[in-house]
Design a protein around this ligand. Structure first.
Ligand SMILES: [Zn+2]
Length: 699
């Protein structure tokens, strides 16, 4: 985390050996990735880099000057070559001739595609003119915490000149766009020896004649700011501590209680996913005397508040006398007040052509003594919002330590939040998937039906917690799914479903990971076979423990969460054909499966008034990928039918009415249907996925 390195300088990572032989665009890419690899230099997606390169025009064969600049929506840390847009410099310069003035600056964005060099499909960003008009070959624009701390100080101009003299200039706050590009050009013409400029409330511009020089200047200037804060900002963080920090386990316990309740209160429009952060930087802030006043001022850098909303919600919780019950009881009103304040801000600041008000709920929830909770439409956005607020905390810490911290003026913040260009970007976003923002826990999730189900739900945008007792399989499944869908979407917990304590702690981990729960798929199972006279009590109990008690324990825990969260809920049991149809030599298994099915019906009845749906999928003979079908059970079944184990699959296929094999993906499809809104009006149902078996027709 940032705080560990707060006092350390940035290292110069430029490697001449690596850079030798690179083309100018390759050096630009190299420099960008180096800069973006450290969040102290710039936040995720924040800032941009550029190079002006002489290239052969594919149309005329002439050598022309081309601007390579980070395209719209990219991140300098992870950008690849195709993330840069390329534009003719002569055309960009010609745009000055049609510029009608600052009140029309947004229309200039529409001209940028006309300047595209070499049919590059990467859209040019709003910041393009800022790079084009700085008359230097290599330009970096970064959002370093240490620089924004200066830029967001009340006397930021004075501080800039005190720290950097004439080397770094200063420009007052101006929304990024065409006009700011012209300001930068004018600044460079009037200050030919300057190496960069601080933009008030925003960030840093630096430049150089070579890629290496630009990179080293950026690092040097940020390091000078860091060093200056080291000597000047020596008092206690945020004016000192006024609240105790709870122990790590207690912080997690409080977060687990708060997150599902907050989630339920803010998920009416769209389901949200949570993220919890109790890093040192956050704890320093949420235990300080300045927490409430600084939080109320809002964030400064436009990048920060686009992700975090202008203000966080400070949760009413006293770590000196922790009473989470009181806090929970007060949340509905606190959240309603936040929404009303946000609506009032929208009404105060809106313009004739402003887009409609967006979700008025807070993104960031600060809990004194505990940490920070963020909620967004998906896990990655919630995590990145938290990272951004940590950037904002670092900025407030620096600025308030040496000066007075100033947030962005409200109207300026609004104009960026509801900028028509920003709205257009939102409108271009793909439609959310059917389970976007939903959180599922799948028991027996490491293999067979469980893993296929997790895969199906994640395909539809859900976050999934895999619960299993097989640690090795669990790790493999998590790696496989996170490679396919992204690390943010999947977590795993070791959970023995027959242990009350393990179930409780596993669900707790899920709450801390994602902030709530919408879907429980109870799938962990086993199968045994023995004539009744040979069935030991131990074997009987094992079936009952896993298939009946295990399903009860996980459902009870899910129901508790659903009731706290007050946003409905969804339970799908994976039972068996044998829960309906008797089978010879498997009385313990069949009876436990029947208990499971009846439990589902009882729970459907109990949950209905709280919009909790409970349904059952009955598979039969799903051999592939199933652990149940490895080893003994397979041999026992084969022996019972007097055949070779390899003949079993064909045997089951031929036995079915439809003469089809049943695969884990077939069961997963039925589970997805029952877990999704497609089956919103179904509860207490059984769906057989067994290729047809008259004996198990429901009645
Ligand atoms: Zn910026």
């Amino acid at each position: 985390m940032l705080d560990k390195h707060q006092d350390a300088r940035l290292a110069n990572l430029w490697d001449d050996g690596k850079a030798a032989g690179m083309t100018e665009p390759e050096k630009l890419l190299y420099r960008s990735n180096l800069l973006g690899s450290d969040k102290r230099i710039t936040n995720y997606g924040g800032g941009n880099t550029s190079a002006k390169v002489m290239e052969k025009d594919p149309l005329t064969g002439e050598i022309v000057e081309v601007l390579w600049v980070k395209g719209s929506g990219g991140d300098v840390g992870t950008i690849k070559m195709d993330g840069f847009s390329t534009l003719y410099m002569d055309k960009l310069r010609a745009l000055k001739g049609i510029y009608r003035g600052v009140e029309f600056e947004d229309e200039m964005v529409g001209y940028l595609p006309h300047c595209t060099f070499n049919l590059n499909p990467r859209a040019a960003s709003i910041d393009t003119p800022l790079h084009a008009y700085v008359p230097k070959p290599h330009v970096d624009h970064m959002h370093p915490d240490a620089i924004i701390a200066i830029a967001a100080s009340k006397n930021s101009r004075e501080l800039t000149s005190k720290i950097f003299g004439d080397e770094i200039g200063w420009l007052p706050w101006k929304r990024p766009g065409y006009e700011l590009g012209l300001w930068l050009e004018k600044f460079c013409q009037e200050n030919p020896d300057a190496r960069g400029v601080v933009l008030e409330s925003h960030g840093l511009f630096t430049w150089g004649d070579t890629a290496k020089e630009a990179y080293e200047t950026t690092i040097e200037i940020i390091n000078r700011a860091i060093a200056w804060f080291e000597t000047e900002n020596t008092g206690p963080a945020f004016g000192g501590r006024s609240k105790p920090v709870l122990a790590a386990a207690d912080r997690a316990a409080i977060a687990k209680k708060l997150m599902p309740v907050i989630r339920g209160l803010i998920s009416a429009g769209e389901s949200k996913v949570g993220h919890f952060d109790d890093s040192q930087a956050v704890l320093d802030f949420v235990t300080s005397t300045s927490l409430e006043p600084l939080a109320a001022l809002g964030t400064s850098c436009p990048d920060h508040f686009l992700r975090t909303k202008i203000r966080p919600l400070v949760v009413d919780f006293d770590p000196a006398q922790p009473d989470v019950g009181n806090t929970l009881a007060g949340l509905p009103e606190a959240i309603a007040t936040y929404r009303a304040d946000y609506a009032a801000y929208y009404e105060r600041c809106k313009r004739a052509d402003s887009p409609a008000m967006r979700d008025p709920n807070a993104v960031v929830y600060l809990v004194p003594g505990v940490g920070m909770i963020t909620f967004a439409k998906d896990k990655a956005t919630a995590r990145i919002s938290a990272e951004f607020y940590v950037n904002a905390i670092n900025v407030m810490r620096g600025a308030s330590g040496v000066s007075t911290y100033v947030g962005l003026p409200e109207q300026e913040a609004f104009d960026i939040e509801y900028w028509l260009l920003e709205e257009a970007k939102l409108q271009r976003m793909p439609k959310p998937k059917s389970l976007a923002g939903r959180i599922a826990l799948v028991t027996g999730g490491a293999g067979g039906i469980g893993k296929a189900t997790a895969n199906r739900l994640m395909q539809e945008g859900a976050c999934v917690v895999l619960a299993d007792i097989d640690e090795t399989a669990l790790e493999a499944a998590q790696t496989e799914l996170s490679t396919r869908y992204g690390k943010d979407f999947v977590r795993s917990v070791n959970m023995n479903v027959t242990s009350e304590a393990a179930v409780e702690s596993g669900f707790g981990d899920a709450l801390l990971a994602f902030g709530g729960l919408d879907i429980l798929v109870s799938n962990a199972g086993l199968a045994t076979s023995a004539a009744v006279e040979d069935t030991t009590l131990a074997l009987w109990n094992k079936n009952m423990d896993i298939l009946a008690t295990g399903y009860f324990l996980v459902s009870r825990e899910a129901f508790r969460i659903f009731r706290n969260q007050k946003a409905g809920g969804n339970v799908v049991f994976v039972a068996s054909k044998n829960g309906l149809a008797a089978s010879p030599g498997a009385s313990a298994y069949c009876t436990a499966k029947a208990a499971e099915i009846h439990l589902a019906r009882c729970l459907a009845l109990e949950g209905a008034s709280a919009q909790i749906r409970v349904n059952v999928v009955n598979p039969d003979a799903v051999l592939r990928g199933s652990k149940i079908w490895t080893g003994e059970w397979k041999e026992q079944r084969a022996a019972a039918y007097k055949m070779d184990v390899d003949e079993l699959e064909a045997h089951y296929r031929e036995r079915s009415m439809l003469k089809l094999s049943v695969f884990p993906e077939d069961i997963a499809e039925a589970i997805y249907f029952l877990a999704s809104d497609m089956s919103a009006k179904s509860t207490g149902n059984i769906v057989n996925v067994d290729a047809g078996n008259a004996q198990s027709f429901t009645r």
